[in-house]
Design a protein around this ligand. Structure first.
Ligand code: FAD
Ligand code: SF4
Length: 508
């Protein structure tokens, strides 16, 4: 007989390794292991999500006639690692061969490949662009650009195209229409919530007991844990969120963690949703006039553009990619990333909701917590570990390129053409946080000035040599050069002072 391994982020009935096996003769192994749950301090809700969804999936497989060997984390024979469990069960069942699908993390896949076990690997067809196809596309390119990749994917997938193959609406990208701040009278739709069932409640108790030392709250868990619930979350977004997704994609608001975002990332990343179906549904909603083109295009770009692109970069460049540090940053991650204890209102809101829900939307991750880490010169490994730990949707293949490449520019511009650095003015334009903040966004050097402002200029000054040749930053450096020398000195001093506060372990 053969043994099929199903990992916690592979909960799809279409999984290639499942398709290759026969329920009449073969068996499935699923294991909750300490090694995976603890190698970074994962948010407790993320552990609940994965274990509960695994238990529900095992049930679904059994209902379809599969023999499933399920190892709970508190099983006294549990060896604590995936390789250990595979060895144990292979021996116990006398399995001649182990079938498995490509992993989502280089670390785990490498460990399995080195294990000496008789493994038959299957390509992860849940993604639209295979690792090999991405490598072929990237071949010979010194720098990669998502926009070029995305256009190719639109053509390949036949999405949002006119009959002659040109892009619908005459443009590939409507991003310039997607940067509106939230109008005062527009409320976000109510969030779809899923009440924990008996399985999830049991997992919550277990996680509370074993992982109570991890950062993040557990009680508000309300994510979908089955394919059906994930489908309901998706339908809710199609009905209430998608139409405004484009316009307010970059907006942030006090006390509004989700706005018009879909919240599907966790369900999608663990296999409960199918990306092809999502794209078809969005295209259909646009064709039927239910959503505007800028919303449909913006959403499809995230899925077949950014999502597939970062995965491609990850597998192309690992394991070296994880060690890159273009700016030579060495600063420790401030404690307030783990507590939300800061007077910076935008940071406190983004970190607070992250600890409460395991969720922040893209612009909060990129332009608030990410922007601060970039400007403050945090060591890439430290900030990458934070993002991997605290978000419910975080898996190395997607978290690492987003953090190390997009946010920290630690790959020197391989993934994105310029660092996403911004002063407090950007956050003021896109949110209402500054009105509720103890700092003043219109000040730069004073004691109550917004820390983002001086740190922004400090960042540009200290990395001038590396960044000033970048044409996309030419205007910014012209503005810096127009600044009076005394003012520039003041800004530098204020930046130094803020960094010294961080180094002394004092919250800003
Ligand atoms: P929506 O805003 O509704 O977007 C729809 C979908 O598009 C998302 O669910 C996601 O699947 C996809 N998507 C959008 N942007 C990206 C992107 N840049 N990369 C990959 N997919 C994208 N996403 C993760 O799934 N896991 C992570 O660990 C993760 N870490 C991130 C770290 C940083 C520093 C940044 C800047 C972004 C990160 N992202 C990550 C991407 C993005 O922020 C999340 O996918 C998104 O916020 C999830 O919320 P949502 O489902 O409501 O997304
Ligand atoms: Fe954030 Fe600065 Fe605005 Fe305060 S003033 S909310 S720190 S951008």
């Amino acid at each position: 007989m053969r043994l099929g391994l199903v990992l916690g982020d592979q909960l799809s009935l279409e999984l290639p390794s499942l398709k290759a096996l026969d329920p009449a003769h073969d068996a499935i192994l699923m294991a909750e292991v300490e090694g995976e749950a603890r190698y970074v301090p994962h948010h407790p809700q993320k552990i609940v999500l994965v274990f509960s969804a695994m238990r529900h999936f095992a049930q679904a497989l059994r209902e379809r006639g599969w023999q499933v060997h399920y190892v709970p984390i508190d099983d006294s024979d549990n060896s604590g690692t995936i390789v250990g469990e595979l060895r144990r069960w292979r021996e116990r069942l006398g399995a001649a061969q182990i079938d498995l699908t490509e992993c989502g993390e280089w670390r785990l896949e490498h460990g399995l490949r080195e294990s000496g076990l008789p493994l038959t690997w299957h390509r992860d067809t849940r993604f639209l662009c295979s690792r090999e196809a991405f490598a072929r596309w990237a071949e010979g390119r010194r720098q990669l650009r998502m926009e070029h990749f995305y256009r190719g994917m639109r053509k390949r997938c036949g999405l949002l195209l006119e009959p002659d193959g040109s892009p619908a609406g005459g443009a590939w990208n409507f991003d310039s229409e997607n940067r509106k701040p939230l109008p005062r009278n527009l409320g976000a739709p109510f969030a779809a919530r899923f009440t924990p069932d008996a399985i999830t409640l049991a997992v919550m108790a277990l996680v509370r007991q074993r992982f109570g030392d991890h950062y993040g709250e557990i009680d508000g868990f309300e994510y979908p844990v089955t394919q059906q619930q994930a489908g309901e979350l998706w339908q809710h977004f199609l009905d209430f969120g998608l139409a405004a997704f484009g316009d307010y994609q970059d907006a942030m608001a006090e006390g509004e963690p989700y706005l018009f975002h879909s919240r599907i990332s966790a369900a999608l990343n663990i296999g409960l949703l199918d990306v092809r179906q999502l794209c078809e549904d969005v295209q259909q909603a646009w064709r039927e006039g239910r959503v505007p083109l800028n919303a449909a295009e913006g959403f499809i770009r995230q899925l077949i553009g950014w999502r597939e692109y970062v995965r491609g970069v990850y597998w192309l460049r690992m394991p070296d990619y994880a060690t890159l540090n273009h700016f030579g940053n060495a600063r420790a991650l401030p404690e307030f990333y783990w507590t939300g204890n800061t007077r910076m209102r935008c940071m406190a809101q983004a970190i607070g909701q992250t600890l409460r829900l395991g969720y922040a939307h893209h612009v909060q991750r990129l332009m608030v917590t990410g922007n601060f880490a970039l400007l403050a010169g945090i060591a890439p490994a430290a900030i990458c570990e934070w993002y991997l730990a605290v978000y419910i949707d975080a898996f190395d293949w997607v978290e690492l390129p987003n953090t190390l490449g997009m946010v920290m520019h630690a790959d020197g511009g391989y993934l994105g053409s310029k660092p996403y650095c911004a002063s407090g003015r950007y956050i003021q334009r896109m949110s209402d946080h500054c009105k509720a903040c103890s700092y003043r966004v219109d000040k730069v050097v004073e004691a109550d000035a917004c820390p983002f402002n001086a740190l922004y200029w400090h960042f540009l000054i200290r990395h001038r040599q590396r960044l000033s040749a970048n044409p996309r930053l030419a205007m910014v450096y012209r503005n810096l050069d127009r600044m009076a020398a005394a003012r520039r000195d003041g800004v530098w001093q204020r930046g130094e002072q803020l960094l010294a506060e961080l180094d002394a372990g004092r919250p800003l």
